[in-house]
Design a protein around this ligand. Structure first.
Ligand SMILES: NC(=O)c1ccc[n+]([C@@H]2O[C@H](COP(=O)([O-])OP(=O)(O)OC[C@H]3O[C@@H](n4cnc5c(N)ncnc54)[C@H](OP(=O)(O)O)[C@@H]3O)[C@@H](O)[C@H]2O)c1
Length: 235
């Protein structure tokens, strides 16, 4: 890490799970053991990113948190990737590879976190549709510079629970996999302080397909059984 505070870019942080990630990461600055950080929300449009950053800060204020130690700013995706040490890709799989091409030089020697699940809707239910590489994580690995360390995480965490920073007391297991031990350790540490997650080591990156494939199952179970925001607990 280059600085005292870890600079984390959440690309597509204007969206559903991105919003929850931003709030949970920002709150770590108020926890004694949390990973101290500065958050940069990335968007295709600077204006949208700025609005999302202001929105996240006022959401935390409205929930009664002291935001004086929290930094959330907005940038376009390329500037956000350039400014950060850790980059979270909270965008849909269809848009991931073109974005990686755009930010390729900015992600040299950095950590990329993928919660990306390639899936399609078929006859009203979700189905896992991995690319030829075997998983979104392996496709991402193939399309980043060799120096970029890829960590797959957060696939099975419902956005609704991440966003509900006040009421959500559930703690779900969060599987993390990577071929880089140091990067995996950092992501597990970030996960441990999210307030609603317990990190579990999921092994090397080639295991990401097993993690990604659980998400359509969770969405389908929720739909078929009238449930909401299902997560996983292995016990
Ligand atoms: N939602 C969940 O509960 C959940 C849970 C686990 C994993 N995931 C994974 O997380 C990722 C994001 O899911 P989401 O539900 O948060 O998605 P989302 O809300 O539909 O989209 C996230 C962001 O993607 C950006 N975007 C849209 N089109 C784009 C394009 N053509 N190029 C680049 N960026 C584009 C948008 O940001 P701008 O318009 O600001 O650019 C948008 O706010 C997915 O891969 C999903 O599989 C989601």
């Amino acid at each position: 890490m280059n600085s005292e505070k870890l600079k984390i870019a959440v690309l597509g942080g204007t969206g559903n799970i991105g919003e929850g990630m931003v709030l949970r990461l920002a709150l770590q600055n108020l926890m004694p053991d949390g990973v101290k950080n500065e958050i940069i929300i990335g968007s295709r449009a600077l204006e949208t990113a700025d609005e999302a950053a202001k929105g996240a800060l006022s959401e935390l204020e409205n929930c009664g948190f002291d935001t004086s130690k929290i930094t959330i700013t907005g940038m376009n995706n390329l500037d956000a990737a350039q400014a950060a040490e850790v980059i979270i890709l909270t965008i849909r799989f269809d848009h991931v590879l073109p974005l990686l091409e755009e930010i390729r030089e900015a992600i040299e020697n950095k950590i990329i976190i993928s919660p990306v699940v390639p899936m399609v809707k078929e006859e009203g239910l979700m189905a896992y549709r991995p690319p030829v590489e075997g998983s979104a994580a392996l496709a991402i690995k193939k399309n980043v510079p060799e120096s970029t360390r890829v960590v797959a995480a957060f696939h099975n965490i419902p956005a609704g629970k991440l966003k509900d920073v006040v009421k959500c007391k559930a703690v779900h297991d969060a599987l993390v996999c990577s071929d880089d031990a140091e990067a995996k350790k950092l992501v597990m540490e970030l996960t441990r302080h999210m307030g609603c997650l317990k990190p579990l080591d999921g092994g090397p990156l080639k295991q990401a397909n097993t993690m990604e494939s659980l998400t359509p199952l969770l969405i389908n179970l929720a739909k078929l059984n009238g449930l909401k925001d299902l997560g996983i607990n292995f016990s």
